[in-house]
Write a protein that binds this ligand. Sequence first.
Ligand SMILES: [Zn+2]
Ligand SMILES: [Zn+2]
Length: 216
Amino acid sequence: MTAVPRTLPLRLTPIPGEALDSWLEALARRMNTPLGGVLSHFGFPSRGRSGNHLRDIPPDWTIALRDHETAAIAHATGVAPAVITAMTLAFYDQRALSIDLERRHVNRRVLWGRGRGSRFCPDCLTTSGGRWQLAWRLGWAFACTLHHRLLADNCPNCDQVQRERPRSGKAVPPPSICGNLRAHPDGPPTGGCGFDLTQTRTLQLPARHPALKAQQ
Ligand SMILES: [Zn+2]
Ligand SMILES: [Zn+2]
């Protein structure tokens, strides 16, 4: 990455607690640009089928950014570097989880790390217009204290975890829609699941439920 990134034509403030991938997707939607267009705006190399780690492309940009990547995003978006770092799991490194910063992997067996993927609160997705919380990626996140319900583990349609794999850079990412490929062995291999994740049902808890207290 050598060229100075261009400034994006519009601004979009991250919502409190938002994950980096969610914000980048919201930016792409706001600009009606494929996600890959936003990343190339920052000068990020595009992901290939293989050999990504050799080119220092992480499995997921939300895990950790190099300093020059943070600076590129800050320059292009006008958002402060510290705010950008706080949208990555590196924000929790050595507190809630442990990240192999060389390879940019979350160590699954240490603290509250989960390898990849994110739980989600369907109500939060509804009220935020499809913005995802970073904390949903932590192993300890199991309930939404705002909506008094358990977080969803999987898409109820394809039964897969969300955000285990990077989203396609070729499309404008739709909000709250499951982008996983259909896992059913008889299903078509392409086309994606397409389920509206805001319609996911999870257990509702009474406001004073001990699980909500524990989550707080
Ligand atoms: Zn919620
Ligand atoms: Zn699905």
